[in-house]
Design a protein around this ligand. Sequence first.
Ligand code: FES
Length: 129
Amino acid sequence: MPRPGRLRESRLKKIDSAMGKYIRVCSVDEVPPGKAKMVRVEGRPIAIFNLNGDFYATDDNCPHEGGPLSEGFIEGENVTCPWHGATFHIVNGKTLEPPAGEKMGPPVDQGVACYPVRIAGEELEIEIS
Ligand code: FES
């Protein structure tokens, strides 16, 4: 039976790993309101969006054929892929419209992954698990 101190330490490690880690990606000034920026985190392309001062992060690669969502058209809380027009909700990653001329289906219907963003001073950090 583990001693109480060891048990507590073990639980803390599990909580830490479940929370992931925050990584600095760019400064706040690099993503003006209504704009997006692609950053790489551990080799993974991530799109950072500024929606009226609130920051969000999604995978940058469109699940259709990899179009860069950071270069897409932002309207409200939605981004439209610049390659074939699939539209995603920036806040929750859900697919709103399939690519032009196509029916909604995999893999586009699964949306894009989202990542928590926090402001640390003048820097933006995202959580990667
Ligand atoms: S690559 Fe995005 S809609 Fe085709």
